[in-house]
Design a protein around this ligand. Sequence first.
Ligand code: AP5
Ligand code: MG
Length: 207
Amino acid sequence: MGPPGSGKGTVSERIVRDFGLDHLSSGDLLRSHIQNNTDIGKEAKKYIDKGHLVPDNLMVDLALKELEQRKSGWLLDGFPRTVSQAEVLSQNQTIDIVVNLDVPFETIIERIKQRWIHFASGRVYNLEFNPPKVPGKDDITGEPLMQREDDKPETVKARLQKYEEQTKPLIEYYSNLNKLQSFAGTETNVIWPVVKKYLEENFFKNK
Ligand code: AP5
Ligand code: MG
């Protein structure tokens, strides 16, 4: 977990690359529903475009259904995002570790302006920090990159505010359960080796 633009997608890609977990990003899942114009997508778009969270019941149904289809060994990115989502999740699945990315809001606002994504895979680029090999094209498929609708400055502001109100309480929730590990910093390239070492020593060693 972490605020919008803290690097959840970027760090998740590296965890998947090095530890082979199955990555489920709630944002990517919702965006693919929007792209396919499903009923869920139409409903979710109303909230996402304003920078609000989609309602808990919609999100929980979607995420749990998706998890049931997967084998064990997954990594959630962006879900749960409220205490009530976390409570339902814990009734259905076991969580081993919660990684929290603690990045200042000023850093986030600058980063998001530079973000481009490959829509189909959710791969994330940043024009300064990790640019694509060919400008405007995905490294793996060569398909065009795009910017997210909800990355407009006023929407980013609303997302950060919703994070403060609705998601931040989860830090205390998982901390009380002794599952939370926070990593503070402004550089994913500095945070990542520390996250990797932590996961190797505390989780994957016994798997
Ligand atoms: P979602 O897609 O999850 O968006 P988010 O949480 O706002 O997070 P982001 O994906 O924007 O950022 P990230 O932390 O993945 O960072 P990234 O790696 O891209 O959700 C979208 C919307 O869906 C929500 O607003 C909500 O409406 C809805 N939703 C989703 N889940 C929900 C839930 N559970 N309940 C209710 N509603 C839900 O990095 C950001 C940028 O920084 C990139 O450009 C990256 O390349 C760059 N970067 C990373 N590290 C560095 C660095 N060290 N230096 C410079 N740039 C860097
Ligand atoms: Mg993301």
